[in-house]
Ligand binder design. Sequence first.
Ligand code: HEM
Length: 200
Amino acid sequence: MSQIYYFSLFERFWHWSQAILIFGMLITGFEIHGTYQLLGYEQAINLHTIMAWVLIGLWLLALFWHTTTGEWRQYLPSDADTMLSMVKYYLVGIFLGAPHPFHRKRVEKHNPMQRMAYLILTMVISPIIWLSGILYLFYQYWPLIGMSGTSLGLVAAVHTIGAFAILSFIPIHLYLTLTTSEEPFGYLIEMIVGHERKRG
Ligand code: HEM
């Protein structure tokens, strides 16, 4: 048996701490939004703000790690033909027992659908959330940066749209993670121990 390490210690730390923080942001954020009452409004705001800074720190650390290790290449979109064969596989082939069109390698550890989902998460949804969140947080300084005419309601709406986008990402992420690995719960186990077991 030989082991292929797909996820370094840093990536596993980054993944699980981000997951916990995002759940915390969702729970406190939707309480601030008025969806329910759980911790109390003031407490929810305080916790949301503390976790926001930790999350931003974590994102900056992850950005540094991905650029210095070159691992950002794992998230480049696949070509159109590969994408099409994956879509066909998930729509039809998977139900007919067709062979998986994607063959995983250490330098290409995510399948084309995962690459696309993570790229949208990191390049679109996350920046929307943290830019609108930072603006929201520093509302009292808006006049200093020429934003006194901007509507707070608009920034809050953009932030809430970002929150719904992250919320909808969760079932997609769980579905792709739990259904696309060769071994049952293969990706989940890898994200805990870092490696898969391969016959060598
Ligand atoms: C996964 C990440 C996040 C989620 C799901 C999330 C979600 C939310 C939601 C749903 C609200 C209520 C919006 C409203 O109805 O007005 C909110 C409020 C807020 N969020 Fe976030 N947020 C996230 C990240 C951030 C970040 C990174 C920051 C700042 C750097 C931030 C700062 C704020 C602030 C300042 C408020 C308003 C609190 C107040 O009313 O005083 N959030 N968030």
